[in-house]
Ligand binder design. Structure first.
Ligand code: MRU
Length: 345
């Protein structure tokens, strides 16, 4: 069942090149930090937990070939690689969270040899990968308890196996519900401009025999007005201390229309997506991406040359629009200002 989105193989990071899906299932071997940086930047590997794991292995390939026995020289190189990888994408906190874990491993073992440090760094990256697998399963268990037999759910972007090490966040809920014998149908927003919903979510759900119907993003309100959606499940890229949630652009639209139609909206995310250093959504840095993503569709121009473009990759949904968070610690309900920190301490 699991799609190996990211693996450590033959001393390098192997990822599925998600830009090629659904037409081709191709793998990309990253032997150096630059290739990992580019893969993250260009969304060959994407989704908050997956880019955290890619970042951790990116540190490994970034320092693996450093030829020195000098602890200070190694530390300088490690810090440089971490800074570089962190600059690839700013919004998903899982990236800096994983990079920081890698840094701390080296710092806490300042006295050991450089070759031992490399071993410990690899162990830590593999641990981050394995932990993510287990966390996906636990979140899926909690999330599946929210699903009733014959529910029809809506999702956006891709918060599935391709965005994590294993089962996914939001899509994991559907996989688990199905395993428990429930029938669940899913509507997937296509997710312009890069079509993660059309290309990746519908591919994944079909592969797992979950009935999926693709919609253009602007169909969602009409669908809810028709009473066709019971629940909305989305992933997250960064969640502030008060529960405000950054996720794929268009999530806020879904939150507003869900609220209006009284359809519950659940955010499925691990602890590593919560950023306790950010008190509310207004402090979350939103990545803005290249105009070309909006000006073209599958490399074909769809707008007049020279037209201005506005292309934020994420938006922030205020905590008042979120019914609950599904995490590895269980379901977290409002008031989020106290329940979130309580759940994780
Ligand atoms: O730009 P992307 O494709 O990396 O955006 C991904 C999302 O917004 C996902 O919903 C989020 O990372 C959660 S993935 C489990």
């Amino acid at each position: 069942m699991p799609i190996p989105t990211i693996e450590w193989k033959n001393n390098c990071v192997r990822i599925i090149d998600q830009t090629k899906l659904p037409l081709k299932l191709e793998y990309l071997d990253c032997h150096d930090a630059k290739t990992v940086w580019k893969a993250i930047k260009e969304l060959k590997v994407r989704g908050a937990p997956a880019i955290g794991i890619a970042g951790a292995f990116g540190v490994m390939v970034g320092v693996n070939k450093v030829r020195t026995d000098n602890a200070n020289t190694f530390k300088k190189k490690l810090d440089e690689v971490i800074r570089y990888l962190a600059s690839s994408r700013p919004t998903a906190v899982n990236l800096s969270w994983a990079l920081e874990r890698m840094r701390q491993v080296a710092y806490h073992h300042a006295q050991v040899s450089v070759s031992r440090k490399k071993e410990l760094l690899l162990q830590e990256a593999l641990k981050i990968l394995e932990e993510d697998k287990a966390i996906c399963r636990t979140m899926a268990d909690y999330g599946a308890s929210l699903i009733n037999d014959f529910d029809t759910c809506l999702t956006i972007c891709n918060a599935g196996a391709l965005a994590t090490a294993d089962y996914g966040t939001a899509l994991g809920v559907f996989y688990r519900a199905k395993e428990k014998g429930k029938t669940v149908k899913v509507f997937a927003c296509e997710t312009r401009p890069l079509l993660q919903g059309a290309r990746l979510t519908s591919w994944e759900l079909k592969k797992h025999n979950i009935e999926v119907t693709l919609i253009a993003d602007n169909t969602a309100a009409y669908l809810m007005r028709e009473g066709k959606i019971n629940k909305v499940f989305v992933g997250a890229d960064r969640i502030a201390k008060n529960g405000d949630t950054a996720n794929k652009i268009g999530t806020f639209n879904l939150a507003l229309i869900s609220h209006y139609h009284k359809v519950p909206l659940y955010v499925v995310a691990p602890r590593s997506t919560f950023d306790f250093g950010v008190s509310s959504g207004k402090d979350i840095i939103i990545e803005h991406r290249h105009d070309i993503e909006v000006l073209e569709l599958q490399a074909q121009p769809i707008a007049p040359k020279g037209v201005k473009v506005y292309n934020p990759a994420f938006d922030v949904t205020g905590n008042e629009f979120i019914t609950a968070f599904v995490t590895e610690k269980g379901l977290i309900y409002p008031p989020f200002a106290s329940t979130i920190s309580h759940a994780f301490t």
